[in-house]
Design a protein around this ligand. Structure first.
Ligand code: SF4
Length: 364
């Protein structure tokens, strides 16, 4: 899917900022600074203040070393992230949230089993090089990295002299510490945060994060300040910028109207959005009435109309009915995602989605 369908800026391929930070010594300084914070951990907004250098468990049940549950070329991300050869996904284990519907619950909320997935930073660096050189991935995509920022930076530091040169994607639930994000300035090229809720009540009830709304909005502001609007190369591949994901939940639980209005009116009208319709009642959500179904056509079309009313132009929307295609199985041998040859048709650019609903997206 080429960049002609997007309204973002285009550029020649850029050298990621972490290369210059490596050569100036700044990357080493940041790795050391972040690692020191593990002694009284405040790496994410939970601020547990446990000593992770001694493997004392905090809310995320994660110690000194990273937990890496899967490493693979991922074809199912947004077209600008996955491209033709896939995004080099590094799925970190455990999490600093507890979403009752988490589709990655096998690795995010099963910390006893994840203990066997501990990985030192040098090994992680070698796996990143494998994604870049052997699988030809367009980027390294750190999935659920909020509780492993120090280990991520150390792995990048190890990987640069090995030849790492692709952009880094920070693929997060958005419940991130501003202090940690500031240490990533210039290291991360593409921020890919969720914007899950507009209500702290629902965030507390369904994800265990009672201060989520303020935290995620501050985090997205910081990310946008660092990287700005999405910039793609001539093949339509993301080189730099912010893409905000919004998962539509049933019964209006995601607060789509409030969240998207905030995003467009208070952050930027040019922000790139990825609207996700893939919600499936997984994990504990099957036993919660308000979350026990997929979204309806009416809920989907209401959000599309909202995007039209807000004048959003940049991004993609998942087509309805694709929910099951996006489900991973981290206990399957080999790749957690099944091959999906029709992938590129599942993310529809806003302009094309607009053609179906007679909205201002119809700009082509
Ligand atoms: S990263 Fe883990 S231990 Fe540290 S503050 Fe967050 S939840 Fe607590």
């Amino acid at each position: 899917m080429g960049c002609a369908i997007l309204s973002q800026g285009t550029c020649d391929v850029m050298e990621p900022g972490y290369v210059a930070l490596y050569h100036s010594g700044e990357l080493e300084r940041r790795a050391q600074f972040l690692e020191a914070r593990l002694a009284s951990c405040d790496i994410c907004p939970r601020e547990c203040l446990v000593n992770r250098l001694e493997n004392e468990p905090g809310y995320c049940h994660s110690g000194r070393l990273a937990i890496v549950s899967a490493v693979c070329a991922h074809q199912g991300e947004e077209p600008a992230i996955s491209g033709a050869r896939g995004s080099g996904a590094v799925f970190f284990g455990n999490c600093n949230m507890r979403c009752v519907y988490c589709q990655n619950y096998q690795i995010s909320q099963n910390w006893k089993k994840q203990k066997s997935k501990v990985m030192d930073c040098h090994t992680l660096a070698r796996r990143m090089l494998c994604l870049q050189n052997e699988l030809g991935c367009h980027n390294i995509n750190f999935v659920s990295p909020s509780h492993f920022v120090p280990q991520l930076v150390r792995a990048v530091l190890e990987a640069v002299p090995m030849g790492l040169q692709v952009p880094l994607v920070y693929n997060t639930n958005g419940y991130d510490s501003i202090a940690s994000l500031k240490e990533l300035n210039g290291i991360i090229s593409i921020y890919l945060p969720d914007l899950r809720y507009a209500s702290d009540n629902w965030a507390k009830k369904f994800s265990g994060a009672s201060d989520y709304v303020a935290r995620v909005r501050q985090a997205i502001r910081e990310m946008y300040q660092q990287v700005g609007d999405l910039v793609v190369d001539e093949d339509g591949l993301a080189q730099k910028g912010l893409i905000v994901r919004h998962l539509i939940l049933p019964n209006g639980l995601a607060g789509s109207e409030e969240s998207l209005t905030w995003l467009v009116r208070e952050l930027s009208p040019t922000v790139t959005l990825s609207m996700m319709s893939q919600y499936m009642p997984m994990h504990r959500a099957l036993r919660i009435a308000m979350l026990s179904r997929t979204i309806s056509v009416h809920e989907y079309e209401t959000v599309l109309q909202l995007l039209a009313d807000l004048g959003v132009e940049n991004g993609w929307v998942q087509e309805m009915g694709a929910a099951e295609d996006y489900l991973p199985d981290f206990e399957r041998e080999g790749h957690p995602f099944l091959p999906r040859p029709e992938r590129t048709e599942e993310h529809i650019p806003f302009q094309d989605a607009g053609a179906n609903i007679n909205s201002p997206y119809n700009l082509v």
